[in-house]
Design a protein around this ligand. Structure first.
Ligand SMILES: [Zn+2]
Length: 456
């Protein structure tokens, strides 16, 4: 495909539309959240702290009254619901790891919650051990969208600012496309899974023709685009670049900022939705969105870190999602503690770069890079396996090692292969091997992908 495709092109499938734009099907929830958080970001630190403590107490008491899991926790501790009265009490409660979440997820839903309003998702999470969690059909996306839109305003953009998106595939397995424009015509999505030298030849002019004010995507995809630009001796000046979903490395940030002549604004979040943190225009660290979730950083013994510069695991308590109150959830991600405050004056604590999530990219025979983040997007792809890990020694080929769960079967195996290879596209040879254990790194961290390729 060397010809530049014609713009605009309407998307044929509604799923693409929802994937491309912040869906605001529930406009009331979006508007309420938006109004509140645009005001609260101007509060003083003390006022925000007071709000966080009040919401925390409400959320924990709600969970302890309504959810079988937390009722049991309180009963084991010999605590009454009313005994939980301030932020300091949080350290009395146990941390929730992936195993607890996996084995007790249904006990963490409030008794009074209508389950018909919830959707269950099981993704690879960020550790390769699939975890399931609930989100609300209407509310989750609308609230999330309000927070992301506020973040965009920190870079001088809004939710409708014209943008090019490079974040994995475009569409889903039922309908794969290399590019698409959303219905409102505000965003052009390019399939970064298909980005290689050959496709760059039409992707670049297409993107230029779209005249975006911002670029948004996975760090790996944005860095690949930046490298191709610089390699061609070109730049693509925009007002800002937004990145999320993977660790952003310093070298990538530099390349992206050079190629796009703009600052990178990085956002950290995860599918379990307890913590969101993002950079403001001062770039002095990541602001933890206080109204969204309460952050703790803990050491390997689970003790809360309060020492400048110390690295630990991100533990989050939702202050937002009362339909599924995750309290002290261990995300498996790492961040650096700091007591410093940002010179922008916004009342949010800072953390330094969450540096724990490895970028892992499968390489295809035609030299495309497929981010594991984009493969893990599928809601229930790995639901029937206890753990998985890709192994790649040769471009265009991989072995997926799985520890099967009770529901694993030949048809599940076929479904995983079909879905992953379809997602990757082209000729990709995937085989599945059932194993009893899965290799970890020296520091004991699980990896999605073990790769021994030349020159990667
Ligand atoms: Zn700031």
């Amino acid at each position: 495909m060397s010809e530049i495709p014609k713009l605009p092109r309407e998307l044929p499938h509604h799923k693409l539309y929802h994937r491309l734009s912040p869906a605001r099907r529930n406009r009331g929830v979006f508007a309420d959240t938006w109004r509140f958080i645009m005001k609260s970001q101007r509060w003083s630190f003390d006022r925000m702290e007071g709000y966080v403590e009040k919401r925390l107490v409400e959320m924990v008491r709600h969970a302890a009254r309504e959810c079988p899991w937390y009722r049991q926790v309180f009963s084991d501790l010999g605590m009454d619901v009313e005994d939980f009265g301030c932020r300091l009490d949080l350290s009395l409660l146990p941390l929730i790891g992936r195993d607890e979440l996996r084995d007790h997820v249904d006990e963490m839903v409030p008794d009074s919650q209508d389950r018909g309003e919830l959707v269950f998702s099981a993704t690879g999470g960020s550790s390769g051990i699939p975890v399931g969690f609930y989100r609300h059909k209407e509310r989750t996306r609308a609230m999330e969208s309000a927070f992301v839109t506020r973040f965009r305003t920190w870079a001088g953009a809004s939710d409708t600012t014209r943008e090019v998106i490079c974040a994995g595939g475009v569409g889903d397995e039922s309908e794969r496309a290399q590019w698409a424009v959303d219905r409102r015509g505000n965003s052009l999505a390019l399939a970064s899974d298909d980005l290689n030298r050959l496709n760059f030849k039409w992707m670049l002019p297409l993107a230029r023709k779209f005249k975006p004010r911002i670029f948004r995507g996975y760090p790996s995809a944005m860095a690949a685009f930046a490298n191709l630009l610089l390699e061609a001796g070109e730049t693509f000046p925009v007002e800002a670049v937004f990145t999320s979903s993977e660790t952003l490395y310093d070298a990538q940030r530099k390349r992206i900022e050079e190629a796009f002549a703009a600052k990178v604004f990085d956002l950290y979040g995860h599918s379990e939705r307890v913590i969101v943190a993002a950079e403001c225009e001062k770039h002095e660290g990541y602001h933890v969105f206080s109204e969204y979730g309460l952050l703790e950083i803990v050491d390997e013994n689970g003790s809360v870190i309060q020492e400048e510069g110390q690295v630990g695991e991100v533990v989050g308590t939702t202050l937002l999602h009362d339909y599924f109150p995750l309290i002290r959830y261990r995300t498996g991600d790492r961040a650096v503690y700091t007591a410093r405050r940002c010179s922008c004056g916004r009342p949010f604590p800072l953390i330094l770069r969450p540096d724990g999530r490895l970028q892992e990219l499968l390489v295809t025979a035609d030299d495309r890079r497929i981010s594991m983040t984009s493969i893990n997007r599928h809601d229930d792809l790995f639901a029937a396996v206890d753990q998985f890990q890709f192994h790649q020694r040769e471009a265009g080929k991989a072995v997926l090692k799985v520890i099967p769960g009770p529901d694993y079967s030949d048809s599940e195996r076929e479904r995983i292969i079909a879905s992953v290879t379809k997602h990757i596209g082209g000729d990709f040879a995937l085989t599945i091997e059932v194993v009893e254990s899965i290799e970890k790194t020296r520091i004991g961290k699980h990896r999605f992908l073990i790769q021994e390729l030349e020159g990667i």
